[in-house]
Design a protein around this ligand. Structure first.
Ligand code: SF4
Length: 193
């Protein structure tokens, strides 16, 4: 595994490509979700579930047409939110910030945003401005690299025990990682588990 530095700017490596887009999925976070898989990751975790997406040119360019489709899908009443996966979303912040901004402009606060990153919350908080900007848009972050020695297939939303599922607004308020522990019975309304 490599360790890209959190102050590396996304714009130096990203080609604004996406490996895949899947609407109406049930496995990439809570509820029904629209999942965008961006292309390019520098962590090179042993046992990575999506090695093909390590290349920043894998897949196809992110286009306005794809963005229109994603936002239209997100508008369905049954969809709880957007999931950003990779590749590494925080090395593709241009794409991720664009789609999140468009979603929030058209859906307001009715949808949530989850992201998966090889960086930890603490690294992102000290990272380049684009990383902090994306972090501030999230509701939930699944953080840390996949570690084969800590693989646990029974975990929800993550593949290894070192990874954490974090409540991002609560973590930002606290200035440190706060575990995600809420669930939603309806879009936009949080209740205790
Ligand atoms: S951070 Fe995620 S996408 Fe990147 S190599 Fe590790 S498991 Fe694969």
């Amino acid at each position: 595994m490599r360790q890209p530095q959190p102050d590396w700017l996304s714009e130096r490596v990203s080609q604004d490509h996406v490996a895949d887009y899947k609407p109406f999925v049930f496995v990439d976070g809570e509820g029904v979700r629209c999942s965008l898989y961006v292309s390019g990751c520098l962590f090179a975790c042993e046992g990575c579930f999506n090695e093909a997406a390590w290349s920043f040119r894998y897949g196809q360019p992110y286009t306005p047409d794809l963005e229109d489709r994603i936002v239209a899908d997100l508008g369905h009443e049954s969809v709880q939110g957007l999931s950003l996966l990779g590749g590494e979303p925080f090395l593709n912040t241009n794409v991720c910030l664009r789609v999140v901004a468009r979603m929030k402009a058209e859906c307001g606060t009715t949808k949530d945003v989850w992201a998966w990153s090889g960086f930890t919350f603490e690294q992102l908080l000290q990272g380049s401005p684009d990383k902090v900007a994306l972090l501030e848009q999230l509701d939930v972050l699944v953080d840390g690299p996949f570690t084969l020695a800590e693989r646990d297939l029974t975990l929800a939303f993550r593949g290894s025990r070192n990874q954490r599922v974090l409540d991002v607004p609560a973590s930002l308020r606290a200035g440190g990682a706060v575990a995600w522990s809420s669930c939603r019975t309806a879009v936009g309304r949080r209740v205790a588990p």
